[in-house]
Design a protein around this ligand. Sequence first.
Ligand code: PEP
Ligand code: MN
Length: 337
Amino acid sequence: MLIVMRKDATPEQIGGVTAAVEARGLKAHPIPGAQRTAIGITGNKDALDAPAFESLPGVLEVFRISHAYKLVSREAKPEDTVVNIGGVAIGGRRLALVAGPCAVESREQILTVARRVKEAGAHLLRGGAFKPRTSPYSFQGLGEEGLRLLAEAREETGLPVVTEAVDVEGVDLVEKYADAIQIGARNMQNFSLLRRAGRAKKPVILKRGMSATLEEFLMSAEYILAEGNYQVVLCERGVRTFSDFSRNTLDLAVVPAVKKISHLPILVDPSHGTGRREKVSPLSRAAAAVGADGLMIEVHHDPDRALSDGPQSITPEMFASLVREIAQIAGVVGRAV
Ligand code: PEP
Ligand code: MN
């Protein structure tokens, strides 16, 4: 259920409604907006008694949210959410460019790639320290040492850092070192991990599961918001289809679909989405054209020797020319980089 406050509602009135919700053993989620504040209610098993809330001071209207997802829906918040990751806005006019290697491999590697992507115009640095690999014998990441190296790369370049947490304990560590917590495709429905991320003090980048429907994707985001963390960025990274000419099928149609029903920003990851280096630039251009709020791209200075995802990693030179192309396309759709 959603309680919409009057435009002129005072902070005391908003506090009064919140207290009334909590007095019933439910959770209140005040959602400030440009036009009005709304208060989402979660935790109820049955339909709530709307008239009891309607009569509270400052309340304009009370209505049921029709979708299964509530807090992530545009009904709850009509304006776009802008998520702030270490000072970089995701979801505003500027497209956010997240770039870096699939995995942190060494000090020299992460510092080299960080400097090069920064030079080329990246806004955020990515790099996995905990890698969810298909094979237990593949490189699993440097763990906490990888996080320390990412923090050092941030120190030197000023780029805020995004890195994946693969389990609940990992969130404690990632939260300590990074500016945003990535939840990977394989963990999109790891509900205990989502709940833990929902209690984190850092923004979350949630990647779409490889066979997740749009509703399942949004419901996973809902888990994070329901715990009180409203700083969530979605990321489309391709889904499994019968198509066999790329690693995954990048579902760019999900971008306008998300925009229609949710206020959350959405990035596109054409690296995992295609699995092939030469397809990263074309699909990045398409993502910018279709209205994505930014891109997440794997870049490696020596991709053929990368310890993970080399075939889809582009070189810093390729990244620099991609940024120039994206700047032009962004202009056409009323955005900038
Ligand atoms: C990654 O970003 O390196 C990654 C593992 O992505 P995904 O979870 O989308 O496969
Ligand atoms: Mn990868």
